[in-house]
Design a protein around this ligand. Sequence first.
Ligand code: NAD
Length: 333
Amino acid sequence: MKPHFIVTLVPGDGIGPEIASALVKVFQAASVPITWDPYNSPTDDRSTLKAIVESARKHRLMIKGPLATPIAEGPRSINVTLRSALGLYANVRPCKSFAGVESRWDGVELLIVRENTEGAYTGIEHDRGQGKVEAVKIVTAAASMRIAEYAFRAASHRPRRTLAVAHKANIMKKADGLFLQCCREVARKYPAVSYREILVDNCCLQLVLDPQQFDVLLFQNLYGDIVSDLCAGLIGGLGLAPSANIGAECAMFEAVHGSAPDIAGQGIANPAALILSGVLLLRHVNLHREANRIEQAVRSVIGHREATTGDLGGNGTTTSFTNAVIEALHEPA
Ligand code: NAD
């Protein structure tokens, strides 16, 4: 019997509902065996957040649109809260060039693995008075070993079997030093994976100058968040960057981009990153045929350019792009 999955769906804020509706339409057209368990945005409602966490724990799969977070005020980010409540320790962001998209580089094929539970994202900050604030960065051996294991395992399954860890252990000698120590320990278990350490600032420079030198890139939380946006820029922008948040018991999939308040409600958002995040979910549950078919349809529409949205230089809308992807599902493989 064909497997069937229930997936918690949170369309989110800003452009979230527009792109989530595109994802649902594409999955329906591809007859993907998924039933949705949908929820409103939890941004102002803690009881909705609780219900979402319960649903995701039960069904073990979730797709989420972007959630807005107030800048320099308000409660802790709900994105960060969800990741920690669901134990989503690995944030995984594949970054692969698209034929037909004008970008600085062709042939980019990176896998970014970011520690997702600690580092500078603990949200622990103390006001010490007299214009002084203290922010706490936490690095533990347990979380560092776990993410290093994930990254080395992923690298060992890729053709180039190469992993670079980017750090700032020249300045944060203890915190980033412990992270590096754990990476070195795990590296010894994977002799077939070529291992390299690089300062995160040099890593940014090298990514812009010659991204093809990298394969799997491993980061702590904050560095990974920042550098993965840079990597999205290398292949054509945030509208093309999907991500997976992986835990021991649950996985959540979301676009790398945010709620894009500047274009929300205009029907012009690019839904590709969220649809491709859905493709990552399908691969996660071994629905490879459906995943390949949808990814190929998205790449085909992007390759032809006319139907793409404005961020990729086209004249399309969210709806026309989605319809073109649905049409492309019927193209021969
Ligand atoms: P953003 O990613 O929302 O937007 C950055 C730029 O990229 C904007 O010009 C936007 O129009 C454009 N853009 C983003 N996605 C696009 C798409 N799909 N199609 C076309 N253009 C797109 O970043 P921001 O403006 O810095 O953040 C806005 C809000 O999103 C903030 O509240 C932030 O906290 C939140 N955010 C949420 C997540 C998440 O839920 N995982 C991630 C990042 C930011």
